[in-house]
Ligand binder design. Structure first.
Ligand code: 48F
Length: 259
C-alpha cells in the first residue's frame, strides 16, 4: 500500500544522511560550474569526502547556454581526456578542437561527479567563511530562498580541510574573505586583482596556472582565478575550466593528506 508518509520519510532520511556526512568534509567546493564539478568527481573517485554547494536550482553554472544561447561549447584537444573520463560525447571541429553539446556537457558533469561519489547540494548559498588562526576552516551556509527573501534566518556551518572558490566571475568566496577580514591573499596586491577583458589564448593558460591556494585553506579554480589573479576572460571555450578542475583535484589530494 502506498503511504505518503513513506515518500516524505525516504526523502528526509536520505537528505539528512548526506547532509550529516557533509558536516565535516575533506573538501567543500562552492559552485557547481564546470571547474568545480570536474574537481569534485576526481576527488570523490579517489575516496575523498567531497561536498559541492550550489546556490541555484540547477547545478552546471555557465555551461547550459553555450555561446550566446547557441548550445555548443568548444574544448581543446588537451582537455578531451576529461570529457572521456566523464563519458561526454563530442564532435570534432579540427585537429585542435572539439565541439560539445552544452546540455550534454552540463548534465554529464553533474551526473559524473555525483556518480563518482561527490555530494552535490543545490539551493544552498555560501554566505561567509569560518576563519580562525590565519586559515579558512569551513563555510557558512544558508538556504537560498531565505536569502532571496531577506528573511532574518541565521546560517549553519560546514567544516572542511580545504574550501574551494569555484563561483566563477563573481569570486564570491575570496571577495567575502578579503572584504571582511584584515588579511593578505597570495596575490601581488594582497587583494583580488579583478578580471580583464576577453583574450582567449592567454586566458585559457592562466586559468590553469592560477588554480592554486589563495589563502591558507582556500583554493580557487575556474573563472574565479581570473577575478582573483587578474586573468583575461575567454568566452565559450571550456578546456581551461576542465583542466583547472583536474589540476585542483591533484593539488587537493596531496593537501588533504597533510592537513
Ligand atoms: O560560473 P561557473 O560556470 O564556474 P566556472 O567553473 O566556469 C565558468 C564558465 O561557466 C564560463 C566561462 C568559461 O569560458 O567563462 O563562465 O568558473 O559556475 C559557478 C557556480 O557557482 C555558483 C553559481 O550559481 C554557479 O552555478 N555560485 C556562485 N556564488 C555562490 C554559488 C555562492 N555564494 N554559494 C553557492 N554557489
Amino acid at each position: 500500500m502506498m503511504r505518503e508518509l513513506h515518500i516524505t520519510k525516504g526523502i528526509l532520511e536520505h537528505h539528512m544522511k548526506d547532509f550529516m556526512d557533509s558536516l565535516s568534509s575533506d573538501v567543500v567546493i562552492v559552485g557547481a560550474g564546470p571547474s568545480g564539478l570536474v574537481a569534485a568527481g576526481y576527488l570523490a573517485q579517489d575516496g575523498l569526502n567531497v561536498t559541492v554547494l550550489e546556490k541555484k536550482l540547477a547545478p552546471g553554472g555557465g555551461i547550459w547556454g553555450g555561446g550566446m544561447g547557441y548550445k555548443y561549447v568548444i574544448a581543446q584537444e588537451e582537455a578531451r581526456c576529461v570529457l572521456d573520463d566523464y563519458n561526454i560525447f563530442y564532435r570534432r571541429v579540427d585537429e585542435n578542437f572539439v565541439a560539445v553539446d552544452s546540455i550534454a556537457m552540463a548534465s554529464g558533469l553533474i551526473f559524473g561527479a555525483a556518480q563518482k561519489g561527490a555530494k552535490i547540494f543545490n539551493l544552498i548559498t555560501v554566505e561567509d567563511l569560518m576563519v580562525s588562526e590565519g586559515r579558512v576552516r569551513g563555510v557558512v551556509v544558508n538556504n537560498t530562498f531565505a536569502l532571496m527573501n531577506g528573511f532574518p534566518i541565521d546560517p549553519v556551518t560546514l567544516e572542511a580541510k580545504a574550501v574551494v572558490d569555484a563561483t566563477g566571475h563573481s569570486h564570491d568566496i575570496v571577495k567575502t574573505l578579503s572584504d571582511k577580514n584584515d588579511i593578505k591573499l597570495f596575490t601581488p596586491t594582497g587583494k583580488p586583482i579583478g578580471e580583464r577583458s576577453l583574450f582567449a589564448e592567454p586566458a585559457e593558460k592562466a586559468v590553469v596556472e592560477n588554480t592554486k591556494e589563495v589563502y591558507p585553506g582556500l583554493f580557487v579554480c575556474g573563472m574565479s582565478t581570473a577575478a582573483v589573479f587578474g586573468g583575461y576572460r575567454m568566452g565559450p571555450i571550456f578546456g581551461g575550466m576542465l583542466l583547472s578542475g583536474k589540476k585542483l583535484a591533484g593539488l587537493l589530494k596531496e593537501y588533504v593528506k597533510k592537513h
